[in-house]
Design a protein around this ligand. Structure first.
Ligand code: SF4
Length: 223
């Protein structure tokens, strides 16, 4: 990928930030954690598992149930029975699988004894793929790992006309952007915001999009 595309990516970041403002991802209920003396990091990890194959709205419902009847805590999740956990995370869908995955990841995080896990070790935990591992590393451990999701791949396909897999797209962002954790965090959230508001799966709203001028899809007159 040429340097023109790389320069363009930095421009995209600036335009999205100007248009949507700071997103401050990952969303965490700081008041809850202060009150309950739990660790906000745990909410990032729990949310990263719950968000697999579902909307954030459903994740929020499951998080609310955990807060009301259980705890947003990996220590608690590891101790509670899987049946209780399944019931609480039901709104996030695939609840049996997700309850099991939450327990697996809670056990793994405990085994790290407060250290930062290597990406390849996180990927060995059952149910943790590229996206979940990168969410945990970027938003939980503040490491330089760019997060790709289906929204990012869809946007890349339209904007640059490229059909990349996860790791190719991740490599492109990481080679193009300055090594800056807050930029990685914001950029991922801004692309999701773009995909939810304008660059949608079906009803694409190019006319209102802040990236329309440089977009291949738009230039070719499809949008
Ligand atoms: S101009 Fe249209 S296709 Fe291009 S990024 Fe914006 S919404 Fe997506």
């Amino acid at each position: 990928m040429g340097s023109d595309f790389k320069d363009l990516l930095v421009e995209v970041y600036k335009k999205l930030l100007e248009h949507f403002g700071k997103q401050n991802w990952w969303p965490v209920d700081w008041e809850y954690h202060l009150r309950e003396r739990t660790n906000p990091f745990d909410e990032v990890v729990i949310g990263a598992i719950l968000t697999q194959n579902t909307s954030w709205r459903n994740v929020e419902k499951a998080l609310e149930r955990l807060k009301a009847k259980g705890k947003l805590s990996l220590v608690w999740i590891e101790k509670v029975t899987v049946e209780v956990l399944e019931e609480l995370v039901k709104p996030a869908g695939f609840y049996k699988q997700k309850a099991q995955r939450l327990k697996e990841v809670a056990k793994f995080i405990r085994s790290t004894k407060g250290g930062v896990p290597r990406r390849e070790d996180l990927l060995k935990v059952k149910g943790i793929g590229n996206e979940t591992a990168d969410v945990i590393l970027l938003y939980g451990y503040h490491r330089l790992e760019f997060v790709i999701d289906k929204y990012t791949l869809r946007w890349l396909k339209r904007f640059l006309g490229v059909e990349w897999d996860y790791l190719t797209a991740k490599g492109f962002f990481e080679e193009s952007l300055p090594p800056n954790v807050p930029v990685y965090k914001e950029f991922h959230a801004l692309i999701d915001e773009l995909a939810k508001n304008y660059c949608k799966a079906k009803k694409v709203e190019c006319k209102r999009c802040p990236l329309a001028r440089d977009c291949r899809f738009r230039r070719e007159g499809v949008g």
